[in-house]
Ligand binder design. Structure first.
Ligand code: ACO
Length: 332
């Protein structure tokens, strides 16, 4: 049985279409200045033809396999994190087995929104260390753009989100000093309605109504201030607690990637942790908030650019709808 699980390869994919803040100005009452000042976002990627979260995930998964020197047939299980799956059911993980040509491979879909990566990593780590599965492919993928309220009513949410996919292939390591050192995850459903999509919902009869759509209840809605307040407290707590459980401190971290929710949240978290700029990576300026894909996209960029080297200590933290939160500490 493996002592730890480690990252074998990473990959990401974003749609080609760049949507600038100026383009959003033509759709709703907003300005480039407002968006940059409040969120740090300059542009995001949105799909330009019908395409699902699984389609974005395919090239990301292939890139992760290539980096690992493995083939699709070597994947023993898939964990797919998304709040914007291709369909209500079946899950996008099932679709991946078809897209990757590996029928029969077990596929789990998880619904942990912006915390999808840390939750998925925790599950993958448990699978690998217990010996249930050897090579586990984690995917975080989102197609937000087809579900946003692009009128002025939805402007607080719609300027934030982008489409994209990130993939991380994990496998066993016999080296106790390398791999996932710990993961932490939490949730509090008392805040479910602070950031949510209400409809369609099985608790309503019928699940979706014309009236509900006219009121915009099928679009994501957010209490931005409440999200901000909780994120800047929970996220640093999650990172410090996880580090402590490994007898490590913030000073040991070589690279920290916060979930790319909003640059102001990331900066507040960096400040709370007391980390210098050179140890923190943000890319929200270019992609917006890609939810479950945000940390794996950033991680792949850091690995490919040499910003994260083998042997270095990597920490990440997330906070999102649910509320959910979590962190992971990895000796890469
Ligand atoms: N363009 C222009 N004006 C806007 C826009 C927009 N896109 N959106 C909202 N406004 C207006 C509001 O209508 C309001 O106008 P009013 O004063 O006339 O009523 C004004 O700007 C201020 O609105 P607030 O909501 O008070 O603005 P705030 O300073 O709180 O900023 C924001 C809003 C950016 C959403 C902020 O609350 C925030 O950063 N929250 C965190 C939420 C977040 O990052 N979510 C990401 C997804 S969740 C996750 O990943 C964790």
């Amino acid at each position: 049985m493996a002592i730890r699980s480690k990252i074998l390869g990473t990959g990401h994919y974003v749609p080609e279409r760049v949507v600038t803040n100026a383009e959003l100005e033509s759709l709703m009452d907003t300005t480039d200045e407002w968006i940059q000042q409040r969120t740090g976002i300059r542009e995001r990627r949105w799909i330009d033809k019908e395409c699902g979260a699984s389609d974005l995930a395919k090239p990301a998964a292939e890139a992760a396999l290539e980096m690992a020197g493995l083939e699709a047939k070597d994947i023993d299980a898939i964990i797919f994190a998304s709040l914007s799956p291709d369909y209500n059911f079946p899950g996008s993980g099932c679709l991946m087995t078809d897209l990757l040509g590996i029928p029969g491979t077990p596929a789990v879909d998880i619904r942990n929104q912006c915390s999808g990566f840390v939750y998925g990593l925790q599950i993958a780590d448990a699978y690998i260390r217990s010996g249930i599965y050897k090579n586990v492919l984690f995917i975080g993928s989102e197609v937000h753009s087809t579900g946003l309220d692009l009128s002025t009513r939805g402007r607080d949410v719609s300027v934030i989100f982008g489409d994209g996919a990130g993939a991380v292939l994990l496998g066993p390591s016999d080296d106790p000093s390398q791999g996932i050192l710990t993961t932490l995850a939490g949730a509090d459903g008392a805040y479910a309605k602070e950031l949510w999509v209400e409809m369609p919902a099985s608790r309503f009869i019928p699940r979706l109504t014309l009236e509900g759509m006219e009121e915009g209840r099928h679009f994501p809605r957010m209490n931005g201030r409440e999200v901000f307040k909780h994120a800047v407290r929970k996220l640093p707590d999650a990172v410090v607690t996880a580090l402590k459980s490994c007898e490590l401190g913030v000073e040991d971290v070589d690279l920290f990637i916060p979930h790319q929710a909003n640059l102001r949240i990331a900066e507040a978290v960096q400040k709370a942790l007391g980390l210098p700029d050179e140890k923190v990576y943000n890319n929200i300026m270019h992609y917006g908030n890609t939810t479950a894909a945000s940390i794996p996209i950033a991680l792949d960029e850091c690995i490919r650019s040499g910003r994260l080297q083998r042997g270095q200590l990597f920490a990440c933290g997330a906070f999102g709808a649910g509320f959910t939160w979590g962190s992971a500490i990895i000796r890469f």
